[in-house]
Write a protein that binds this ligand. Sequence first.
Ligand code: C5P
Length: 394
Amino acid sequence: MLGIGGGIAAYKCADLTRRLIERGAEVKVVMTEAAKKFITPLTMQAISRHPVFDSLLDPTAEASMGHIKIAKWADLMLLAPATADLIARVTAGMGNDLLTSVSLATGAPIAVVPAMNQQMYHATVTQENLATLTRRGHLIWGPASGEQVCGDIGLGRMLEPLKLVALIEEHFSDNDLDGMSFLITAGPTREAIDPIRYLTNKSSGKMGYAIADAAAKRGAKVTLVSGPIQLATPTNVERINVQSAEDMHNEVQRHAGQHQIFVACAAVSDFTPVQVADHKIKKKTGCDKITLSLVKTKDIIASVTAMTNNRPFTIGFAAETQDIEQYARSKLTKKNLDLICANDVSRKNQGFNSDQNALHLYWANGDKLLPLASKIDIGHQLVSEIVTLFNKNK
Ligand code: C5P
């Protein structure tokens, strides 16, 4: 339940809601009268995909979902932006509008996200109110420091949506994978041709990063061997940066024995130049053609599944454009994998470089389709499937 107060930071609630939904949350919105001056209920309704609640005394609204029902529906109530006024009203236990009434009536934890001018934030009464709310068990998230819309600089900025999403996820995380460890490869590799040129592919690394993030959020120890990509390292993930397939192979070899699960999500180059030229390869007059000799790279998965001691439970990916099941199953056997995740890269809006993906999982005696969803969502589902299979195979 997102309770929006009347502050300029209210506009951030649109992005916050979108990002929460992207991660699988259901969001319903309650707005104060003042909040509606900063962002429209229509915007919040469209993004949250639910009607917005804004009136305590509207018989039609009360009939469809009364304030007590709304209060009971929530798993977490977020007050954002929590203005000095909203904080004061909640502290005083007032119920003079729908938002404060719902805050009073809910049994869910309440997270207060202060956002106001720095002087108002430092006002003794605001500080005392926040101290009272903390004592009552409310969570206080923020504020951040920085430049304010009024021109002041200081504490009082609302936390950014991504930071709030991380706090919410942390709040709900039950650390059920505490004690488990994942080694994950992600992204493309770069095979040097000369000091400034290389061969690579279109892999964005998003799928591997999403798996790493999902496992770490549930308390697993995660080592991510990443090809060259710009994505931010997920929280609580140890990232090892590599360039070539050879580097990735070496790092995986170094770490595989210390992890229970190995997920090979990287799009490893299958071939690499036989020789890296010491200097930039120059054009020569009269020479319209050059030949690049390539040699096969080492199969990283094969070296892991060949381990005789501490072989991790191993998951591979198959990017196919046709006869997906047949190719995936033959790869499962040939590569001696425990699970293979096939994605159909011929389809638009999924796979390489997209934010969405659908995977068909195949293992020795079963299969399961994870239908099209955000890569973050697929990451969570996949981690759950991997852990279930791993525990069955123990
Ligand atoms: O054989 P193919 O490249 O289609 O298999 C894809 C799977 O193999 C992916 O999981 C990828 O990370 C892994 N792979 C590897 N080492 C290579 C090439 C691919 O581990 N040299």
